[in-house]
Design a protein. Sequence first.
Lengths: 266, 315
Amino acid sequence: MVGNDSASEVHADAPMLEWHDLTVAYGRRPVLWNVDFEIPKPCLFGIIGPNGAGKSTLLKASLDLVQRAGGCVRFWGQPLAQVRSRIAYVPQRETVDWDFPVTVMDVVRMGATSKLGWFQRGGKRERELALHSLDRVGLADFSNRQIGKLSGGQQQRVFLARALAREAEIYLLDEPMAGVDAGSQEQIFNILATLRDQGKLIVAVHHDIRTAVEWFDAVALVDMRLVAAGPTAEILTPENLTMTYSGRLSVLDEIGEAVERGGRTS
Amino acid sequence: MIRLSVIAAFLPYNTLVVAAGVAAVGCAAGVIGTFGVLRKRALVGDAAAHATLVGVASALLLTGQRDLAVLLVGGLTSAMVAIVLLVLIRKFTRTRDDAAIAIVLSVSFGLGITLISGMVSRGIPGSGGLERFLLGHTASLTAHDAILLGAVSATSVLCIVVGLKEATMVAFDRDFAAAAGWPAATIDFVLIALVAVMVVVGLPAAGAVLVTALVVIPPAVARQWTERIVPMLVIAGTVGLVSSLLGVAISSVAVQIPTGPVVVLVATSFLIFSVFLAPCRGIVWRARATSLLPSACCEEKDAETTARVVTEQKL
């Protein structure tokens, strides 16, 4: 939707994206605890951690899709509401019904028309923007195909094209490589790297360490809390990975249980 | 024109207006139902439909008026209460969705039936004939009633026509819409509220028990024939219109048959036909396609698409 972006230049020195003491809880159980770090400049940034570590929740909380129990998120030093039109979100592929009666073109156009005001359907400009975005992900020939008749990798690229059609500067992607074959992964990573080279920030939730080392400039290791964040080579050390992946039933779960118990007795 | 005037000469004005009104309801139910079905809310609609009886009976009890508008406002109120109850149950209990729907549906329906039979047996004025809301009976509608139903239906369709972009975006991917700053939860609520409005105006035509079919079957038929949302809305609207029109016609000839079952049977015959014979998705087509050439239909479409894109680029 249309947002007021005029004030953005004032915060030129602020990091592109920062989290301050972000805490999220489902019910009384914390899923993310005091996450605090920042991404100063455009880069290809990976959020890495085991299943259930709260990686997707981190993105969703940043976009106000789930409620935050505490802390805040700033884009260019500003709250989300001020800068929505400069941000694009790519949800997990399984969250939508791929049998929905829309074509590839329809979905990608949604990216362009999502920036227009109420009841404005868009016209030639939005169509061209959508076609251009489809071209960038190599799906221009599929524009009239119903979205269910695509492979997993192609569906993921449709989602990416929809985000591209928003012409955003920050892209938040939730598991863009889930269910995507190696060839398509390389293709998607190449698109993301090109975006980075154009000065965009790409934050992607990712689970595969091997490809993470290969592609991401910087990463954050997350396991309900922030384990470490920084340049990929410095962060993806055996020590850090052990800490992230083996501390499953750690202090946090105990805190969570204690909070739950405390809540019931009081 | 001559033929039309001949028909008009045989049918009283009232019957014609009622037929038009109910046809509008059928059409709107198909259109609104398309989004209900795409959002997987068919069962929520069913619970709302069964809950309407409580409201209809209470409205009569409270106001003493037998006016259709009053009764339907009552019905809409209780339908919305049922929907809000479902939301609350989901939020505050660990009851699963399907169980919650079954509970709300049966409890509210039981309450409605109890109210109505109690009122009838006590001889409360105007309560005679309330049971028509159970299975639908259009023969008792006045022209005035039909105009009301038609107007509400037209307004509901207008909402979808105007808000098509917003409705489609939220129905397809609520999180994406919300992240882009759209009030996705509100839009979602409007969509389900429109379904509630449709089951309420559909009451006279199909009755509380069967009205959900009016909202669910036409979209199911339409989905068989198209892969795009706008054609789906048009086809669902048309199927709804034709089904309810035929239902009214048949039950106006055979007065003892309630309208609802007839409407549902007509719509179902469309569905059976489509499930078997629709291109691409139809059972017969798919069986043939797998025996001859895998997904032949869709390959053809793609070749077409590619050709068109190429020509467009050249132009």
